[in-house]
Design a protein around this ligand. Sequence first.
Ligand SMILES: Cc1cc2nc3c(=O)[nH]c(=O)nc-3n(C[C@H](O)[C@H](O)[C@H](O)COP(=O)(O)O)c2cc1C
Length: 443
Amino acid sequence: MLDAAAPAQDARQAVLRVALPAHVRVHITDDAIRLLTGLDRAARLGRTAQAEAMLRALQDAPLATADLSAEDQLLLHQLEARGMLASSWWVGDRRLLCFEPIGAMGSRIPATAQGKLRLSPMAMLRPTATGFALLAADGAARLLLDTPLPDGLLDALAQGCDLPTLVVLGLPMPVARDLLRWGIAARVLTPPDTEPQPGWEFHDMLFHHWSNVGFLDLPAAATYRHLATHPAPWAPAPRDPAALPLPPPLPLPPISLADAAAQRRSSRDPGRKALTPERLSGLLHHIAAHNGSISGTLPDGTTRSLPTRPVPSGGAAQAVDVHVLPRSIAGLAPRVHRYDGAHHALVPLGHAQPAVDDGMGWMTIALVARFWRAQWKYERIAYRLMMLEAGALIQQTCLVGNAYGLSVCPWGALDARQFAEASGLDPWREGLLGGLFVWGART
Ligand SMILES: Cc1cc2nc3c(=O)[nH]c(=O)nc-3n(C[C@H](O)[C@H](O)[C@H](O)COP(=O)(O)O)c2cc1C
């Protein structure tokens, strides 16, 4: 990777022995800089001061002109092994092509690329400030193509091409060779007959892989990336004047945790008894009523107090709200209500009578992500955290619902558009993740 003229397995030795060609530059990736400086990984690499000097050298000058001491070279190897160094081809001041691994997995570059390759079905093209980034849903590297691209390059990559094709399109031979090798490493180029992993759809793979921690060395989790520009989103909301108070929760029948776990089942049995407001009150209380608070100090030094609920929540963000759409509960209109866990009340939303309601049971419980509450603080894993929180809410609803004798069935495919229309909520700010249908009491 470091010496574009040398086979990959010799690259590390090559950089120790020889100066790099002037037109190949190596720099540390922006993501790596954030990781190293932000999370103090440089200290973990062993020598903070040298690491900082090295980072500066790499940022200020192409590697070919950097004056590398033996220690710097060792550090360089560590950075390279972790996939933190990008390589690029330049003609004068113009960059043609850049390869940015994102962690160790992305830095495995084959020595040569044989035969025809074409864009992977899992590849995507995104705009950058200087052209395009090619990356793959299952990849761990970016291939940056700066504009203007050679005429026909994207067509050739889409249809399948080999080294001679790229040279005919005008790419210098070593650049074309690295485009193919780097493309393989980034998993954006594959042999034409490569089948996608069975079962995986593009969007599932993209979400799963890019929101995982481990394979990609990108900043992740609680980086508080919007702290400087946006206020923390959890100022305690006052009670909504339109909120409807709920009756006191029906006491939960005594049941051991062992029995509750053993007896939990999804059921669509309509039951013989109504879903009463007292049972609804009890259900909501044990799922999502605030049951305490914790406080924490943010990186800007301010201290925040956050409510807690019976169900765990990443960073206590309580990003997943509980909404109910009653269909047959005495005293409640069949419209969407947001559960206010601070005041144990229901806040009516949207239309009084939703036009379309394909739901089942006497009530739908809708689990709604208030995305910003997690996105504000968590980088890359925000959506994953909300899905996990929704899972915890589902199990809690099943356990408590079963303990009340209610028929409860989780539902993964609730209609998000119907919900958005019925609730009046902007689906990009507060979007449906899934939910449950609830019927009456069986006993
Ligand atoms: C996240 C999730 C989504 C579900 N979505 C549906 C659904 O859309 N339709 C359905 O009939 N059942 C759905 N179920 C219920 C499962 O079919 C049920 O849990 C499964 O058959 C096992 O039965 P049990 O819950 O009684 O153990 C879902 C369950 C979960 C956990």
